[in-house]
Ligand binder design. Structure first.
Ligand code: ATP
Ligand code: MG
Length: 620
């Protein structure tokens, strides 16, 4: 695993918000379990043969250099989202912190929904998050479908031991005879077949002698168990489908609940961490592995399953089906739309891997599903970028400003006054940025008010009060430039301000002696017309306007935020002309922006707003 920088400390939590601390500080019951296992030596001297395999394979191995093994086991049937990031960070993070190894395993046992495209996308996303499965030249990237041979062998062994049988009831009959929470199930008429009969049938299933759905292999456990998952769960089904890895080799496929424990055991996983909905599956997980170990097929000590609560983010949905609907109904512009909670979407939006890791680690692991306020993620992003993002000036909603005495003050209309600003105000070692001030500049439209509201310290023109007295035009500093005094404005026929006029107050250039003698209450950002770079600015906001978009059974389409994307045509300071894709900046006063990793080009910049400087979101 890559030596990982610890995530930066996120900003302090607000009241009512889970503290985002580092992974060690956040409450995480899994750490307690692992620490107890390490202290007890539960997994000491356990051989590992260097690759996954059965008991005989591992018996030839040397003691496992990994103190624990965890795994992240995605099904390659879609793109990873922020919820998966939680699981990635948890599994890779625990392995890193306890001298272990985390496997990336594709749980590709279902032939119908899985595709190579998703495999590639998942690999890229996990790498981007900052994790690696290569340890001393060995790649711990595995595919569950490579274990089909073993899974089938294990099925025959269970049949031979009288622990599994072929059931020819219809799906309908099986459902009906399973019972429910109050009624025990009734045994299948096929339950008492001999192992020989069952073995013959299982081989016929494998050899394609029966139609899809004609029969299944079931474990023989207890039809009266209070845990319905133990009422003879299905292990194998017949399904003629081409698998992305094994092609047409198999026409029977293992069920997830059968395959997953075996995958863990073959890989010698010690702590198999999954989400809460699998809690009721744990007794079967243990039943299966114990029997296969007793039969000599799997090595002990066996993996143990632990369940933790899912991470849900407010203002976000993560169901793959619904994310697909957003894409297919063109509500968003694809899986990597910067408003999507997929890792590709979040990356394109500009979230850093560090900020996602800090959010995930800051939530620890608990026994209940949690809803995390989206503001926590933005807080982690700001905490990460505050100290390292270069600063820049940008005008998002441009209004021209003309300095009418420029030629007199500077001896010519063409004069350009050189200005400089720190790349980062607290990090002088990063140097300075250079740009020029000329007689015409772009300012933000809302930095001017013809009639200033109370407490407005930015530009407003002189005006005559009802008592006949005159209030002079206001003075502000053009940041890193000069102090100016507003003298008036021009408007179009509709009354919309088209240009602001002001004069330069001589001797006030920032960084020159006496520049601060003229005191002003307001400082505004700007870019000069002669060297400004035009840019498309995608002002993204939350995709949903409701914290829980589906609360009360609402269709998520009704909770869409109509202003989740506002496209602005703005101006950037000249240094940004050379920005590369995925470079992040703090646009002073506006927030954090990233050069779009798909559309941005030198000469045609496209920047996405990641988040504003402060959390100004009021639920709509
Ligand atoms: P689906 O949404 O289709 O049911 P899934 O989200 O469970 O699928 P998997 O590919 O099976 O998708 O997930 C891989 C791992 O990520 C699993 O171990 C799963 O428990 C975990 N995971 C998925 N969503 C979350 C979440 N919101 N919080 C924490 N872990 C999650
Ligand atoms: Mg799943």
């Amino acid at each position: 695993m890559k030596p990982d920088q610890p995530p930066p400390p996120p900003r302090p939590a607000k009241a009512g918000e889970p503290a985002a601390a580092d992974s060690r500080a956040a409450a995480n019951f899994l750490r307690g379990i692992i620490e107890r296992d390490l202290a007890a030596g539960t997994y000491d001297h356990r051989p590992f043969a260097g690759s996954p395999g059965d008991a005989a394979h591992h018996a030839q191995g040397a003691p496992d250099p990994a103190r624990i093994r965890t795994r992240f086991p995605p099904e390659p049937n879609g793109y990873l989202h922020v919820g998966h990031a939680k699981s990635v960070c948890l599994n890779f993070g625990l392995a890193r912190d306890y001298g272990g190894i985390c496997h990336l395993r594709f749980d590709d046992t279902n032939p119908e929904k899985e595709e190579q495209e998703y495999v590639d996308a998942i690999i890229e996303a996990v790498r981007w998050l900052g994790y690696d499965w290569e340890v001393q030249g060995t790649s711990h990237l595995y595919y569950a479908s490579n274990y089909f041979d073993f899974m089938y062998r294990a099925a025959e062994a269970l049949v031979g031991a009288g622990l599994a049988y072929v059931d020819e009831q219809s799906a309908e009959q099986m459902r009906a005879s399973r019972g429910d929470f109050t009624t025990p199930g009734t045994p299948s008429p096929f339950r008492e077949r001999t192992p020989q009969e069952n073995l013959a049938r299982l081989r016929e299933m494998r050899d394609g002698r029966h139609a899809d759905g004609a029969m299944v292999l079931r474990a023989k456990i207890d039809m009266a168990s209070p845990n319905i998952n133990l009422r003879d769960p299905t292990l194998y089904r017949i399904r003629r489908a081409t698998h992305h890895n094994t092609g047409d080799k198999w026409c029977i496929y293992p069920m997830y609940t059968y395959a997953h424990p075996i995958e863990d055991a073959l890989e010698r996983i010690t702590h198999s961490i999954c989400t809460l909905e699998f809690e009721d599956q744990r007794p079967f997980y243990d039943w299966l592995l114990e029997h296969l170990a007793d039969l000599g097929l799997l090595a002990r000590p066996l993996p143990k399953q632990y369940e933790f609560g899912r991470l849900n983010l407010s203002y976000v949905i993560t169901s793959k089906r619904k994310l697909r609907a957003l894409v297919e109904e063109k509500i968003v512009d694809g899986w990597d739309d910067p408003r999507m909670p997929t890792l590709f979407g979040m990356r394109r939006r500009g979230y850093t891997p560090e900020s996602i890791r800090a959010m995930a680690d800051g939530t620890g692991a608990s026994k209940t599903n949690i809803w995390l306020d989206y503001a926590v993620l933005d807080g982690c992003l700001r905490a990460d970028l505050e100290g390292r993002a270069p600063r820049a000036m940008a005008v998002l909603d441009p209004l021209p400003l003309v300095l009418t005495n420029w030629a007199e003050v500077f001896g010519g209309a063409a004069h350009v006054e050189p200005c400089q600003a720190p790349v980062h105000p607290q990090r002088p070692e990063l140097g300075t940025r250079q740009f020029g001030l000329g007689p015409e500049v772009w300012i933000e439209r809302d930095d001017f008010a013809e009639v200033p509201p109370k407490g407005f310290f930015r530009l407003f023109p002189p005006r005559v009060l009802p008592d006949g007295s005159t209030v002079p035009g206001n003075r502000v500093r053009l940041k890193y430039g000069v102090v100016i005094e507003c003298t008036g404005c021009e408007k179009d026929a509709g009354g919309r301000v088209t240009r602001v006029r002001a004069t330069v107050v001589p001797g006030t250039r920032s960084g020159t002696p006496g520049a601060d003698a003229v005191k002003v209450k307001g400082t505004i950002t700007w870019v000069a017309r002669h060297d400004a770079v035009p840019a498309r600015l995608n002002l993204y906001d939350r995709l949903f306007s409701q914290a829980q978009p589906e609360a009360g059974g609402r269709d998520f389409r009704e909770a869409l935020n109509p202003a989740s994307l506002v496209v602005a045509q703005g101006w950037l300071e000249p240094g940004l002309a050379g920005a590369g894709r995925e470079e992040r900046f703090q646009f002073e006063r506006h927030g954090y922006f990233v050069a779009d990793r798909v559309l941005h080009r030198a000469g045609a910049p496209v920047f996405n707003r990641i988040t504003t400087l402060k959390d100004g979101w009021a639920p709509g």
